[in-house]
Design a protein around this ligand. Structure first.
Ligand SMILES: *Cc1c(COP(=O)(O)O)cnc(C)c1O
Length: 500
């Protein structure tokens, strides 16, 4: 079966097996536009651009007709997994279906046609939108103030750590270490290192929760803080969070909340009430921006009162009945400029306004219900890595299957592609052997989840009968098994194509 994203069977590849690159389609002199003759004299480029900046030779760009260009990108888009057609249960990332009303908002001319350098008097609406969003995000997280600057979750983490630094330094308090549980997302230790701190890893117990005794043993007056997500990356709620918060605060440390899992607790419980001081949110995960494939995101950071003076600036602020840019008193400075991702903020505000507080709560409740349903239905096929009900995502293990048949978690994920589903997250969290992490999100129906269960059961059955067949998957996708490290190690891909 092909993926529901659907390859266009009749796509005119003109006899070719694979889609050529745009450079291979290029033919000198072709153009995607044709302009009328105006009689206006051509401008000499050097009259507007200093000669030293003018290229000696025109840049090598592909020359194609508009029709060929549109055909090319449309064919490529049909070879992708479609978020609108397919189920994308990739855990930790909240790849949920996003309502089209958020697209409608980004089409509003008053929002999308504003130049980023426009003076504040001419973009009062945008400033108001940003202030409104900051207030909503503070209400959702239980925090006092927020910045919308960071452009992704990882950028929010670094911003949060710089805030932690600024706070401790303002108190002439030298601290060195940040604690991170061993189940954490890889961006957490990377951000700690970039922020100039050392990582101390805290083990998880057999129940998948932070080992509180180990945590307490690692505390000291050189600890700047701890980074946690709750529910954690095993999909479990850290029940001892209040005790953890008291212990970390007890040695003068701060608590950082990785908000990637916020979808699980919206409107139910707030990081601020659990004792966190700093929170990042991934608007592209929780609040209506489709992601994956490198599109824009946003990683706002919200903080408790005592950290507000350090927030990045300039910040949009309400002043009487109008809006201005202002920098907090001890601002760490700018972490992002030019608002390239501003429409992500508009999408998030629209999503929050449409749902309202009770609607957001239903989002979280249904996300958790769906994940628990999936975990329960798969119990005899791919058991959960930890006992007890999960929150918004479930971490299952293919260890039993591997021991019995030799088929690994990765093979199961690849085989799922042939059944028309996107693969789950594999081998994360690192502490679970043969981990498969599914996050169905609130947007999927029971029928869709049942279909996923059927597909996984049939893969498990095939693993017993025909393990080689499972390991040969995927066969129906545009590409089969890839060298997963090569793209990261050999960054030059287009150069080669351009000179072919
Ligand atoms: C996605 C994710 C991040 C990083 O967020 P980006 O927006 O991708 O930079 C951090 N922590 C967890 C748990 C995540 O799932």
């Amino acid at each position: 079966m092909s993926q529901p994203g659907g390859r266009a069977a009749s796509a005119p590849l003109m006899g070719r097996e694979i889609e050529p690159t745009i450079f291979e389609l290029s033919s000198p002199g072709r153009s995607a536009y044709q302009l009328r003759t105006t009689g206006v004299e051509a401008l000499d480029l050097t009259s507007v651009v200093p000669g030293e900046y003018v290229r000696e030779e025109p840049v090598r760009l592909p020359e194609v007709s508009e029709r060929d260009l549109v055909g090319h990108v449309t064919r490529l888009s049909h070879r992708q997994f479609s978020v609108d057609l397919g189920f994308y249960p990739l855990g930790s990332c909240t790849m949920k279906y996003n309502p089209k009303i958020a697209d409608w908002v980004t089409g509003l001319e008053g929002l999308n046609s504003v130049h980023p350098g426009v003076p504040s008097e001419l973009c009062q609406g945008w400033l108001e939108l940003m202030v409104d969003l900051e207030e909503r995000l503070c209400a959702v997280t239980g925090m006092a103030a927020a910045t919308l600057q960071p452009a992704a979750g990882a950028a929010g983490e670094l911003t949060g750590l710089l805030l932690m630094r600024a706070y401790h330094e303002s108190r002439h308090d030298q601290r060195r270490r940040v604690l991170i549980p061993d189940s954490a997302h890889g961006t957490n230790p990377a951000s700690v290192t970039l922020g100039g701190y050392e990582v101390t890893t805290i083990p998880s117990g057999p129940d998948g929760l932070v080992d509180v005794a180990a945590l307490k043993a690692a505390l000291g007056d050189d600890v700047a803080g701890i980074m946690l997500t709750n529910p954690n990356t095993a999909g479990l709620f850290e029940e001892n969070i209040v005790e953890i918060a008291e212990a970390v605060h007890g040695v003068g440390g701060l608590l950082y909340y990785d908000g990637a899992n916020l979808n699980a607790i919206l409107g139910v419980v707030r990081p601020g009430d659990m004792g966190f001081d700093i929170v990042h949110m991934n608007l592209h995960k929780t609040f209506a921006t489709p992601h994956g494939g490198g599109g824009p995101g946003a990683g706002p950071v919200a903080v408790a009162e005592h950290l507000a003076p350090f927030l990045p600036g300039p910040q949009p602020a309400r002043e009487g009945d109008h809006f201005v840019w202002r920098s907090p008193e001890h601002s760490i400075g700018r972490v992002h400029g030019w608002h390239g991702n501003a429409l992500v903020l508009a999408r998030a505000l629209a999503y929050i306004e449409v749902h309202g507080g009770d609607g957001l709560r239903r989002v979280a409740e249904r996300a958790v219900l769906n994940a628990r349903y999936l975990q329960a239905r798969l119990a005899d096929t791919l058991p959960a890595a930890y006992e007890g009900p999960c929150m918004h995502e479930c971490v299952l293990t293919a260890k039993g299957l591997k021991d019995e048949t030799g088929v690994r978690g990765l093979d199961v994920a690849k085989a799922l592609l042939e059944h028309g589903f996107h693969a789950p997250t594999v081998y994360f969290p690192l502490i679970v052997e043969e981990a498969l992490m599914f996050e169905p999100t609130e947007t999927e129906s029971r029928e869709t989840i049942d279909a996923l269960v059927d597909a996984l059961r049939s893969i498990a059955e095939q693993s017993v009968r025909d393990p080689d067949g499972v390991r040969a998957a995927p066969r129906s996708t545009p590409v089969r098994r890839l060298d997963e490290a090569r793209a990261a190690r050999q960054l030059v891909a287009t150069e080669d194509a351009a000179h072919r």
